[in-house]
Design a protein around this ligand. Structure first.
Ligand code: FES
Length: 270
C-alpha cells in the first residue's frame, strides 16, 4: 500500500509471507541503497470527500486504510470517519500509535480497535458487530463503507452492508472461495481463441484455477483480483465475479480470470 510521504518518497508495508520470495527478501535482507523497480500503483479504493465514512479492516486489510487516512488527514475531515479494525490480539495491531495520533488530531476521526481472541469478552465479528458509535447520530445508511481483509471478512461485510449503505467498496487479500450455489453447478465449454483449444470447465470455480487444473499456466500475479495481471479479452460468453456475484458479458470489459467463473460457454483471447 504505497503512501506519498514527500516529493520523492514512498512507504510500503510488507508482511513476510511464509514461503514468499519477495516478501521474505524485503523483510529479512533489503537494506538502504538497494534499488527496486515498482509498477504503477493499482486498486479501486478511494475515500469519498465530505461524506460520512466507515472503514472496516481485518488483519492486513489495515494497510490501505492507513494510506487513505494519512492522505485524508492532511486536511480537516469534513465528515465523520470511523475505523473499525479487527485483529486476533492486541499485539497484532499495526500502526496503532499512528492511527491513534491521527484520531487525536482530527475530531472527526475515531479509531476502534477490536480483538477477537483476547479479553474477557471477545469483540463481535463483522457480521454481528453493532458498528454504532457512541455520541454519533450518522445513520449507517448514510455511510460510505470501505472494507478490506480476508475473503471471508469482505464477503461478510458485503452481505451485511452493501445494499444498506450509501456506497460500498471492498478489496480482499485472499483468493476468492469457489461458488456452491445453484447457479454454479455444472460445466461449460471454454474456448481459448489463440490456440483454438476447447476445454470443459466447472461453472463454480475461477477460470484461472480451472485452466491450471488442465495444465495451462496463464499469466497471473495476486490471484485475488487486485493486480490486473491475469486480465484477458472476452470474445464471447458470460462470466460471474466470484466475490460480488455480478455477471458480465460485454466484450469491451476484460476478464480478470482469477476472480471470474464462467456462467455460459465462453471464448477468451488466450
Ligand atoms: S488480478 Fe491479480 S492475478 Fe488476477
Amino acid at each position: 500500500s504505497p503512501t506519498r510521504l514527500g516529493r520523492r518518497e514512498l512507504a510500503i508495508t510488507v508482511k513476510a509471507v511464509e514461503g514468499g520470495k519477495v516478501s521474505q527478501h524485503l523483510v529479512a535482507h533489503a537494506k538502504p541503497g538497494d534499488l527496486f523497480r515498482l509498477d504503477a500503483a493499482f486498486g479501486d479504493f478511494h475515500m469519498p470527500a465530505a461524506a460520512p465514512v466507515l472503514l472496516l479492516a481485518a488483519g492486513s486489510g489495515i494497510t490501505p486504510m492507513r494510506s487513505l487516512l494519512r492522505d485524508a488527514c492532511q486536511r480537516p475531515l469534513a465528515a465523520p470517519v470511523d475505523l473499525f479494525y479487527w485483529e486476533r490480539s492486541a499485539a497484532a495491531f499495526q500502526f496503532r500509535d499512528e492511527l491513534q495520533a491521527l484520531a487525536a488530531a482530527n475530531p472527526n476521526l475515531r479509531v476502534h480497535l477490536l480483538t477477537t481472541r483476547e479479553g474477557e469478552v471477545p469483540a463481535a465479528r463483522i457480521n454481528s458487530h453493532a458498528l454504532a458509535v457512541v455520541g454519533d447520530d450518522t445513520p449507517l445508511a448514510q455511510r460510505h463503507v470501505l472494507a478490506c481483509g480476508p475473503d471471508g471478512f469482505v464477503a461478510a461485510a458485503r452481505t451485511r452492508l452493501a445494499q444498506q449503505v450509501a456506497g460500498f467498496q471492498a478489496e480482499a487479500f485472499t483468493p476468492p472461495a469457489a461458488l456452491s450455489d445453484a447457479d454454479s453447478l455444472g460445466e461449460v465449454a471454454l474456448t481459448l481463441a489463440r490456440s483454438g483449444r476447447r476445454l470443459i470447465v466447472p461453472r463454480g470455480r475461477s477460470l484461472l484455477e480451472s485452466l491450471e487444473a488442465q495444465g495451462i499456466a496463464p499469466k497471473h500475479g495476486c490471484r485475488m483480483g487486485i493486480c490486473n495481471s491475469c486480465t484477458c479479452e472476452r470474445v464471447s460468453g458470460t462470466t460471474r465475479h466470484l466475490r460480488t456475484g455480478d455477471t458480465q458479458s460485454e466484450t469491451a470489459v476484460p476478464v480478470r480470470i482469477c476472480v471470474s467463473a464462467p456462467t455460459t460457454d465462453l471464448t477468451l483471447d488466450l
